[in-house]
Write a new protein. Structure first.
Length: 358
């Protein structure tokens, strides 16, 4: 090792889902299968490109204001960033600075451990129970902060708001972050608790329900004090994180509530139908409150199924990690895409049964 290498910050990076650059049935990264709101297309078509030579509004005020209106909060309660990953990373940097370990689940969004390592934050993973649900009592111990997704990823399980509040109530001396990337497909949001707990931060994204993963827009909602701390850290890191195009398109996406709600409804309906189809094929799965299903089959190896699907240009997500080595995560696509998935699985399983009989 060269002398200078001793002072290089080394991190085991997060591994994102595959992004094939050809036409495939892409059910591996929980993207929305439907296009953004029509107003987004119109805004792009009418955009004055001369504005690109100017720096964007560092406060992203138009986007902050429309989000504040949508969620009935004040603008000083909203923070925006380049996708929820950027927002969460900034939260780690800003709020998790004690010498005590932060807590998050053992099966969860794998970026949490990456950020903790990157920022030299000690952490402890709290084990989910045998049904992959949070054990709220495990979060009663002394810690340096708490973060968990609801619904969880990659399991898709939604925890009732009473469980979420119990964890917040037992951790009022530290920051608690509820990562709600998939909340629009589930149930009640922790946003209901913002005014009750001054240590709570709720993070959401445009990548799922708003069909804008490629635009990279995320946001946090909290009280003005915590949002100011976030902005102070952001302006010390990069004053112009939100580009002009994202601000304009993000505003149009939020404005069209009807389109947003209809899109969520279609995905939830397809998800519930897909659960029935998986049951018919002998799969078992966790009860998803997200735009994906975490499923396994008692007679088929998950990795073999994953590889067979991929060979036929149907992409799902597989980890092979401890406790979830036999699960695949299947994003909810259009009804047509899901029908093609099930048609392949039926044929694959039929061929397998034929070979066994021989």
């Amino acid at each position: 090792m060269k002398a200078f290498e001793k002072n290089i910050r080394k991190v085991e990076p997060y591994v994102p889902g595959e992004q094939p650059q050809r036409k495939v049935i892409k059910l591996n990264t929980n993207e929305n299968p439907y296009p953004p709101a029509p107003g987004v297309t119109k805004a792009l078509e009418e955009m004055d490109t001369d504005r690109f030579r100017l720096y964007p509004d560092p406060t992203a005020a138009p986007l902050v204001n429309v989000l504040a209106d949508f969620y009935h909060v004040n603008p000083d309660q909203v923070f925006v960033g380049v996708g929820s990953d950027d927002v969460l990373s900034m939260c780690f940097l800003t709020f998790f600075n004690s010498e005590k370990p932060i807590f998050f689940p053992d099966i969860t969004y794998s970026f949490y451990s990456v950020w903790a390592d990157l920022y030299r934050i000690p952490y402890e993973c709290q084990k989910l129970d045998e049904d992959f649900k949070l054990v709220k009592e495990d979060y009663y111990k002394e810690n340096g902060g708490v973060i968990f997704p609801n619904p969880n990823a990659p399991t898709g399980i939604y925890e009732d708001l009473s469980v979420v509040e119990d964890i917040i109530a037992h951790n009022q001396d530290v920051i608690v972050i509820v990562d709600e990337a998939y909340i629009d497909f589930a149930g009640r949001s922790a946003l209901e608790l913002i005014d009750k707990y001054d240590n709570l931060i709720v993070v959401q994204t445009f990548s799922k329900a708003r069909s804008m993963a490629g635009m990279r827009i995320g946001y946090a909602i909290s009280n003005p004090t915590l949002i100011k701390y976030l902005n102070d850290a952001k302006y010390s890191f990069n004053s112009y994180t939100m580009n002009q195009t994202s601000i304009v398109c993000g505003v149009e996406a939020v404005k069209d509530r009807e389109y947003f709600e209809n899109g969520v409804r279609k995905i939830v309906e397809t998800r519930e139908w897909a659960k029935e189809e998986l049951t018919k094929l002998g799969f078992t799965y966790l009860d998803s409150g997200s735009n994906f299903i975490f499923a396994k089959h008692p007679e088929y190896d998950a990795k073999e199924l994953f590889e067979a699907l991929k060979a036929h240009d149907i992409y799902v997500r597989f980890w092979g990690s401890e406790r979830i080595e036999q699960y695949m995560r299947i994003s909810i696509g259009t009804r047509e895409e899901m029908e093609q998935l099930f048609a392949f699985l039926k044929e694959y399983m039929w061929r397998g049964s034929e070979q066994l009989q021989k």
